[in-house]
Design a protein. Structure first.
Length: 332
């Protein structure tokens, strides 16, 4: 009898920090994947709740689960640690407060296998809040349908936010992941790495399905959470790097790059306390670098064009707009 051969190993890296309420649901969804050869790497990033014990319990009970404990260093550091620890031919990332469809990784793997690309992606997932139970797709044939985009096409989609930048929407070859490291010590790491991954892989297989990943919205997330000065430094550095590299690689996407940089700056500006005039002035100056381009760009998102137009009226009207938008965001 011929020996059976397993498909290539997929390593799933899950960075973990104080999410004991959600962690088991996340882990169980990964262990329930229809793809038959998965390694789960749980990276406990210095959690102070019950997460370390949960990780150890799964590692002891299942030989497919590996647990790494480290001092707290942030999301990027935890992801980089997970990549070093994994053994798979392919690598995926899942946020520890989210969960996935049973066919998530099989669908992404099929797209890579059929196209020969180094990365397969979803455009976005299904947003939900605590207490909600989003319906996720389970038909692997339907989930595996894809479009093959050039790197320029996919870059444009991400810059205009038609495809989300998050690392969690994708499956990567091990070779690709080892070329691009997540920027430690900075926020907005997904914006920093999305365009770099795409540039390295050339073409991207993009699934048509968008109902395979349940993306939990929490008030403490980077985009919704409260302000701290590190966000300004991160924003300025990440957008600076993006402008430099995208100008070098894709000068034809200059307007699209401005649109994305404006969006990142807008979010940071909206979180700055009214009394912090110096921080407001810093981000206001940065916003004005992009606003005119966004206004005249027919491809820019309507929300960004509106925000850019209001910003041209002055800082006070723009602050009113940002306050209203944040209230709407937190009311959802």
């Amino acid at each position: 009898m011929a020996a059976s051969t397993k498909p290539p190993l997929i390593s799933v890296v899950v960075p973990i920090y104080n999410v004991e309420r959600y962690l088991e649901e996340c882990v169980e969804s990964i262990l329930a994947q229809t793809y038959p050869n998965i390694e789960l790497v749980l990276v406990d990033d210095g959690s102070t709740d019950n997460c370390p014990a949960i990780c150890d319990r799964y590692a002891a009970a299942c030989d497919r689960v590996k647990c790494v404990h480290r001092e707290n260093g942030g999301l990027s550091a935890a992801r980089n640690t997970g990549v070093k620890a994994c053994e798979g031919d392919y690598v995926g990332f899942i946020d520890s407060d989210d969960y996935i469809s049973p066919v998530f990784f099989e669908a992404l793997y099929r797209a890579i296998k059929q196209t020969g690309t180094e990365m397969a992606a979803m455009r976005h997932g299904v947003d939900f809040f605590d207490g909600e139970e989003p319906e996720l797709g389970r038909d692997v044939e339907a989930a595996s349908e894809y479009e093959l985009l050039s790197e320029e096409q996919y870059q444009e989609e991400v810059l205009y936010q038609k495809s989300w930048a998050g690392a969690v929407w994708r499956l990567y070859t091990r070779n690709l992941v080892e070329k691009v490291y997540f920027p430690e010590g900075l926020y907005y790491e997904d914006d920093e790495t999305a365009y770099r991954f795409t540039h390295e892989c050339g073409k991207v297989a993009v699934l048509k399905a968008t109902d395979l990943y349940a993306y939990r919205q929490r008030p403490t997330s980077i985009m919704r959470g409260t302000f701290n000065p590190k966000k300004i430094a991160s924003c300025l550095e990440i957008t600076r790097r993006m402008r430099i590299k995208m100008t070098e690689w894709y000068p034809q996407l200059s307007d699209a790059t401005c649109s994305r940089c404006f969006a990142i700056c807008r979010v940071v500006f909206s979180q700055i306390p009214k009394e912090d005039k110096a921080a407001q002035a810093t981000m206001w100056k940065e916003l004005q670098k992009y606003s005119a381009t966004v206004i005249r760009d027919p491809k820019a998102r309507k929300k960004e064009k509106l925000a850019a137009s209001i910003s041209r009226m002055g800082r006070v009207p723009f602050c009113v707009f940002c306050d209203a938008y944040r209230r709407l965001l937190h009311a959802q």
